[in-house]
Design a protein around this ligand. Structure first.
Ligand SMILES: [Zn+2]
Length: 365
């Protein structure tokens, strides 16, 4: 947390001492850990929403993901598809949800930010994400989103330049009709951001992947980062723009009773106390089945989860290529100078012409 101002660091250090997840991370308290690497850890929720509900955290203590360094949040988002795949496969389920709660009003339980990875399938009896839509959004509220979203994404790309980003990209066929039905507020090569015609609450934003129609687990690390970073931008925007007290990010992937199309989509919802959306959150109760055997199954599938070092790799390759082309340019310069010298010495017929040629050649260089 060296990137944070000292007063926040002091505050977080105090908070950390009481934090159960920090104690589990440091192995001072036992937890049903299914995965860990140097920055992240995943463990089975002992009060699961459904069987296999897995908590995924950064090891460092941050109340909101917003506090994490860019490196940490990149690492965190990169691993979500692989972990979702492991959870889904170990529970032999057909769909998966990612649930994030920012702030108490959104159902955040403790001061250590985490995501739930929830294995899902049709008829699984989990109805919390079955949205009751039908609210409306007024023009003024719409304009807040339409004006600010592109601006914030622009800022995002200034801070995190992406070689693939040039503009709005093309719409894949699976998003053509959806883009006509809903109001598009932003799009780039990898995501389409829309306002649903019947929001769950004013400020409800939907983010669709242009890369994967349905399956979160097939997103590359880079595509996952961008998908979740866009969702984070949306969450910050509705938090500020709609004076919310919290936000939820709910990602659906695959067919469930609350996602009949099976589409991959992130719903971003501003939350306020008394907003009657408490149904999104579930009651904490211990299950009747054996959690250790569930944890064992998930752990068995998590051993190969790993952060691909492709970002670092890309930069290294780019640098090498740049160096190579520099050398090439230098060699070309040398060659052309030699050529000019040669011409100058061999041709004695028209020295002025040669001088002009040399001047042109030098200018060209
Ligand atoms: Zn903590």
């Amino acid at each position: 947390m060296q990137h944070l101002p000292p007063e926040i660091r002091t505050q977080l250090t105090e908070q950390k001492k009481q934090c159960i997840f920090c104690k589990i991370t440091k192995k001072e308290v036992p937890g049903k850990i299914v995965f860990e690497d140097e920055k992240t850890i995943a463990l089975l929720d002992i009060y699961p929403a459904v069987k296999g509900d897995t908590l995924y955290l950064l090891k460092e203590h941050y109340p909101l993901l917003l506090y994490a360094s860019p490196e940490e949040s990149n690492h965190y988002f990169s691993l979500i598809p692989q972990l979702a795949k492991a959870v889904k496969e170990s529970m032999v389920s057909t769909a998966v949800n990612i649930f994030m709660a920012n702030g108490q009003a959104a159902g955040q339980q403790g001061p250590h930010f985490l995501s739930h990875i929830i294995p899902r399938e049709e008829n699984d009896g989990f109805f919390n994400f079955h949205f009751k839509t039908g609210k409306t959004i007024n023009e003024e509220e719409k304009n807040i989103l339409k004006k600010n979203f592109p601006h914030l994404m622009n800022n995002h790309f200034t801070k995190n330049p992406a070689a693939w980003h040039k503009g709005s990209g093309e719409r894949p066929s699976f998003l053509q009709s959806l883009a006509k039905e809903k109001e598009v507020v932003y799009e780039d090569e990898k995501v389409l951001v829309v306002l649903p015609s019947q929001p769950v609450t004013p400020g409800h934003i939907e983010i669709y992947s242009k890369v994967q129609e349905k399956d979160l687990t097939k997103l590359s690390a880079e595509d996952s980062r961008h998908f979740f970073q866009t969702a984070s931008v949306a969450a910050s925007l509705v938090f500020e723009g709609f004076k919310a007290q919290g936000t939820n990010i709910i990602v659906k992937s695959g067919i469930t009773d609350d996602n009949k199309s099976g589409r991959l989509v992130a719903h971003v919802l501003p939350r306020k106390s008394g907003d009657k959306l408490d149904g999104l959150n579930w009651e904490q109760k211990q299950p009747s089945y054996d959690l250790d055997s569930v944890a064992g199954k998930i752990k068995d599938k998590c051993w190969k989860v790993k952060l691909e070092k492709e970002v670092k790799f890309e930069i290294e390759v780019k640098n090498k290529e740049e160096k190579k082309s520099e050398i090439k340019i230098k060699e070309e310069k040398k060659e052309s100078v030699n050529e000019i010298k040669k011409q100058a010495t061999t041709s004695k017929t028209n020295p002025d012409k040669i001088k002009d040629e040399i001047r042109d050649a030098i200018e060209r260089l």
